[in-house]
Design a binder for this molecule. Structure first.
Ligand code: ZN
Length: 185
């Protein structure tokens, strides 16, 4: 299952092996353009430094919210007005659309602004929170990966993203730790 906010959060990228492999892909115009095109939310003007700073602020906060989704009460009182602030600024019309055999409800904004882009990102998070299964949004437990993914497994038991590398890597690490412990004993 695809979610805009998850794709957006994964603009923070690690290679799965080294923490210092961190790359902020928001700073790559080609990456950002692909994201916006895929989700049909390309604004009128390209992002400047101020817009990128806004996006990074939203990203850090949303990642924190995703991290909290495992807790019993992930959304706190003070989050409510903050979430609403993202939704409040833009008006537009909603419409039903069909494309490539897909049905969609989409919002045509009064102006294709960066506020609108941010509100679409927040909306996609709120859709999962209110209508979906938010606990399925997870952060890969490989500390050098941190990839955010949607766990569609039957029992929601996945701990690592499906980049292949992570599941294998963690098994190797656990094996090494077990071996080390048994050698120390
Ligand atoms: Zn991973």
């Amino acid at each position: 299952m695809k979610h805009l906010f998850i794709d957006f959060l994964n603009s923070e990228h690690w290679d799965g092996l080294r923490e210092e492999s961190y790359e902020d892909r928001l700073g790559r115009p080609d990456w950002l353009e692909r994201l916006l095109t895929e989700w049909r939310i390309t604004p009128e003007v390209p992002a400047g430094e101020a817009e990128l700073a806004e996006l990074r602020r939203l990203r850090a906060w949303l990642r924190e919210l995703v991290r909290r989704l495992r807790e019993p009460h992930p959304i706190r009182e003070e989050d409510v007005p903050r979430l609403n602030a993202y939704l409040g600024g833009e008006t537009g019309v909603w419409q039903f659309a069909m494309a490539d055999g897909d049905y969609r409800i989409e919002r045509l904004p009064a102006r294709r602004s960066w506020e609108w882009v941010q509100s679409e990102i927040v909306l996609s998070f709120l859709r999962l929170l209110t209508e979906g299964e938010p606990k399925r949004a997870k952060i890969c437990e490989n500390c050098c990966c941190n990839w955010i993914y949607y766990d569609s497994s039957k029992n929601q038991s996945r701990k690592w993203c499906d980049h292949g590398i992570c599941g294998n890597l963690m098994n190797v690490r656990r094996h090494r730790e077990r071996k080390k412990r048994s050698e120390e004993e």
